[in-house]
Design a protein around this ligand. Sequence first.
Ligand SMILES: [Zn+2]
Length: 133
Amino acid sequence: MFRKKRPPQRPLDFHEAPDVKDRIHDLLRIMDLPHIKKEHIFVVRSDHSRARIYARIWGLSRIFQEAAGLPALYAIEVVSKYYDLLSEEKKYQVLLHELMHIPTTFSGALLPHTKTFHTRYHTQWQIFMETFF
Ligand SMILES: [Zn+2]
């Protein structure tokens, strides 16, 4: 047996994602998520990621907020290779899922995938579906 050598990793590339930002604004306009400060949500599209996911959310942890004098910030990263192939509906679904990781304290922390998380997400998604599509 031999191990197949992984091809050399291309550096991760980040791009602006105005289309993703627009979708997030659609979601925030329709959904009742008043704790989410849309000006503190950043969006990037990544290329050459090895992550096998559509998207993920990053929160600026408290230590950086304190040390750098920054407010709580979040970045939503969509992985181009997977996200861009999704249907319109699924894109909204993925982005709503990421937004649901933001706690009502908007502290920079993230909520884990608990039963409550999934229940809240499904409730919100039903509301969005009925209103938007
Ligand atoms: Zn998640």
